[in-house]
Design a protein around this ligand. Structure first.
Ligand SMILES: [Zn+2]
Length: 196
């Protein structure tokens, strides 16, 4: 069964009037494959956290980007042996683009379309032993560092996203995730269990 580990908690903060952001970086290990969801834009943080797992950038087989905002996707290019997946396609470093079947090849990890924050946003669904159905939700759910994470259903559905592309569509995606997930890993902020 797949194992999910948060390598680095995503942040979004202002320090002395300057903005800092990098997405939550998650490692999934399944069927001898190393998969990273959202490599973020903190290069040192990413490489240090991989080293702690005994991994080098060459050991990564797949990168999934939940969407192409650079705070989530900037470092996708540093994994020489990886293929990159987004909501619809698989990209290789020779320029080849193919469509995927909403599944990470040779795994049971699902890629589900969750537009709203961004038109082409996707989330990742993994069945785990410890936490049940985990969804890595990218920016379907995210908080700045100084915001309180209110986790009741209503607050989760209505939380304001200042960068939202389409509010109605985002709400649908949030409903979809809340229906499926036992545990949610947000784009920025703490992972949390859903009370069902
Ligand atoms: Zn983000």
């Amino acid at each position: 069964m797949a194992e999910v580990k948060i390598l680095m908690k995503g942040y979004a903060k202002e320090i002395e009037g300057e903005e800092f952001a990098s997405s939550t970086i998650t490692l999934i290990q399944d069927n001898n494959l190393n998969i990273i969801v959202d490599p973020g834009m903190n290069r040192k943080g990413l490489l240090d956290s991989l080293a702690k797992e005994g991994l080098k950038s060459e050991d990564i087989n797949f990168i999934i980007v939940t969407h192409t905002h650079l705070d989530h996707s900037l470092l996708a290019g540093i994994f020489g042996n990886a293929k990159i997946l987004d909501n619809n396609n698989v990209y290789s470093f020779d320029g080849k683009i193919t469509e995927h079947d909403s599944i990470v090849p040779n795994t049971e990890i699902q890629i589900i379309k969750t537009p709203g924050h961004d038109q082409f946003h996707c989330s990742v669904l993994i069945n785990t032993k410890n936490r049940g159905k985990v969804i890595i939700a990218g920016d379907v759910f995210w908080w700045t560092d100084d915001e309180e994470q209110k986790l009741d259903r209503q607050s989760l559905l209505e939380h304001k996203d200042p960068y939202v592309k389409d509010e109605k569509v985002l709400r649908k995606s949030r409903e979809k995730i809340l229906k499926i997930a036992d545990y949610i890993i947000p784009g920025h902020g703490e992972g949390f269990k859903l009370n069902k």
